[in-house]
Design a protein around this ligand. Structure first.
Ligand SMILES: [Mn+2]
Length: 287
């Protein structure tokens, strides 16, 4: 599916509880659902829940990220923001913000299985992503034998010091938690209650220490393509990013307006703002 198909923009917005929830049911999704039923597979259609980390400093990034997912999705999806103020008012989040938390969803992201009622598969993703592919392709990689699936980035530096002599800090599994497919019904993930998420250390959570290594499935890096770290090999189409992660800062910040892949994000943002068909998508704006 090309990314500019206007047919993908018929999104139905469903107001559910107090959360802005976006649901899409495209024609192709309906067809896929029918095919599923005729195969005798799932009586209940597969609908991916997507939880996107929300930070007030990156409001536009959040909107563009959601737009980029919804616009290209050929399967029904629900998009929910992980918004700290909402979680606090619901009594689901109460920990104080620590100095190492770079976003409001540094820890609250681990509520994803809880927020999905410990059922089915759900994705968490940072708001600083731009999708360039159909999320359906990602769901086709789902393997029920895992508790979570994510890109296994390897940050181990070759030298212990950088050229300028500054000591490199090694964070095991750095960035693994920025995009995760959670098998919410997996018994091991039951541990992720609000009590645990509000009390555990960053290391425990971000390194998936509640899981054994063989319970963490691997996804190709193109689904969490780190700007400034991952590389495209022009001769290898499998290295073309499907989800661009502006991990050190994206073009919505003045200082990063000329970063790699900035042009793609700006184009998407302009399309989002001009998109008349997608007027319902604009309801996902959080005030
Ligand atoms: Mn990020």
């Amino acid at each position: 599916m090309s990314s500019n198909g206007n047919g993908c923009l018929k999104a139905n917005v469903v107001a559910e509880a107090a959360d802005p929830v976006i649901e899409t049911t495209t024609r192709s999704a309906a067809a896929a659902e029918e095919a599923n039923l005729s195969n005798g597979n799932a009586a209940k259609s597969f609908k991916l829940k997507i939880f996107v980390g929300y930070d007030p400093r990156e409001d536009l990034a959040y909107e563009v990220c959601c737009y980029s997912i919804l616009k290209r999705s050929s399967i029904p999806v629900e998009v929910h923001p992980i918004k700290q103020s909402d979680l606090r008012s619901k009594g689901l989040y109460w920990r104080e913000r620590g100095p190492t938390e770079s976003t409001e969803f540094s820890f609250s992201r681990f509520l994803t299985p809880f927020l999905a009622n410990f059922e089915g598969w759900a994705m968490f993703v940072d708001c600083d992503f731009l999708y360039t592919a159909d999320i359906k392709e990602l769901t086709e990689l789902i393997d029920e034998s895992y508790a979570v699936m994510c890109v296994h980035h390897d940050y181990t530096p070759k030298d212990s010091t950088k050229m300028d002599g500054v000591v490199q800090t090694v964070y095991p599994r750095k960035n693994w938690s920025s995009m995760v497919l959670y098998n919410c019904g997996h018994p091991k993930n039951r541990i992720l209650t609000p009590e645990l998420v509000n009390s555990q250390t960053g290391a425990f959570l971000h390194r998936f220490m509640w899981l054994d290594d063989n319970e963490i499935g691997s996804i190709p890096f193109v689904w969490n393509f780190l700007v400034g770290h991952n590389q495209v090999d022009e001769n290898d189409p499998s290295t073309a990013p499907k989800a661009i992660h502006y991990t050190t800062g994206g073009p919505w910040f003045e200082a990063w307006k000329n970063c790699d892949f900035a042009d793609l994000w700006v184009k998407e943002m302009e399309e989002y703002k001009q998109d008349k068909e997608g007027v319902s998508l604009k309801k996902m704006v959080i005030h």
